[in-house]
Ligand binder design. Structure first.
Ligand code: PXG
Length: 290
């Protein structure tokens, strides 16, 4: 595997960053998780935009343009002969001194890793997930805005640990007011009647790229798409529930905190969206091999 670091390619063993990089010392940096399907990078421009928004929010000047960043991703895929896989894009604050001051870091580092993807087992998609609400709440906007996809993922990691210790793969995270925010690495959706609902960004949801694609598909299917504040009560009494993310795509949820959702199996709206999403990934995206 060849890994891109600051314009050069390194083998796996030689792809290293300094122990003085503030990305490591303080989680000071931003990242993206992107998928390649069938020789194309899915929704690349949207991911690059979100990376730049995250960087702007933490006063991190990415040393490449949007176009150069897109080219770095596509080139890394090509060098690795990747047709289907997962791309991790990272921008760290760079090498500095021991001490928080980010202005001591001279140049941010850009890293691109293009690898095979570890998929959830097929059974989980067929049966649907059983998830729980965990005690760790989503970060406050006023502390660390959940819209920033920063290298500091401890908030989500703590929730993930609580999920796994509770025997589940994913967790519902509430915000400090008790409204549903999202899951540890996925956005959450419910349907009720002809409506598709997902928490607003103001509730602590990430501006998920898959979330946006699914909302567009649902509108095309004639569903009314809204972003209201949701409580656990709303989840328990939904017709259908599913999660979305670049890695997971669309995964049905059939139980939350011991309550069976709808009929206890993946519902018709969810199954339709799963098929439509799959079809879209096969035909759209930035070509790796023009
Ligand atoms: N919420 C959070 C907190 C995320 O990190 C999503 C939602 C889904 O967004 P996209 O744009 O992918 O539809 C994410 C992104 C993992 C992992 O290993 C998942 C993400 C990021 C990093 C790691 O599960 N998901």
């Amino acid at each position: 595997m060849k890994i891109y670091i600051d314009g050069k390619y390194y083998g796996e063993k030689d792809a290293k960053i300094s122990v003085f990089d503030h990305g490591l010392l303080y989680g000071d940096g931003v990242f993206e998780g992107i998928r390649a399907y069938n020789g194309r990078v899915f929704r690349l421009a949207e991911h690059i935009d979100r990376l730049f928004y995250s960087a702007k929010a933490i006063l991190l000047d990415i040393p490449l343009s949007h176009g150069d960043m897109m080219r770095a991703v596509v080139d890394t895929c090509r060098r690795n002969k990747l047709r289907d896989g997962y791309i991790r894009l990272i921008v760290t604050r760079g090498i500095g001194s021991l001490g928080l001051n980010p202005y001591r870091c001279k140049k941010p580092s850009v890293i691109v890793i293009a690898d095979k993807i570890q998929l959830y087992p097929v059974e989980m998609y067929k049966r649907g997930l059983d998830i729980i609400t965990v005690p760790t709440t989503r970060n406050l906007h006023s502390a660390l805005n959940p819209a920033i996809k920063s290298l500091n993922y401890l908030n989500n990691i703590l929730a993930k640990i609580e999920a796994i210790n509770g025997g589940c793969e994913e967790a519902v995270m509430l915000n400090s007011e008790g409204f549903v925010a999202e899951c540890t690495g996925d956005n959450l959706f419910i349907t009720k009647g002809g409506q598709l609902m997902t928490p607003p960004l103001s509730a602590g949801a990430l501006y998920g790229i898959t979330r946006g694609v699914v909302m567009d598909l649902a509108r095309d299917n004639g569903l009314t798409v809204t972003e209201p504040n949701l409580t656990r009560y709303d989840l328990f009494n939904a017709d259908e529930c599913f999660l979305t993310g670049t890695g997971a795509e669309i995964i049905p949820v059939v139980k939350i905190d011991g309550r069976v959702i709808g009929k206890g199996k993946p519902g018709p709206n969810t199954l339709r969206l799963v098929e439509q999403y799959k079809a879209l990934t096969k035909v759209s995206g930035e070509p790796i091999y023009p």
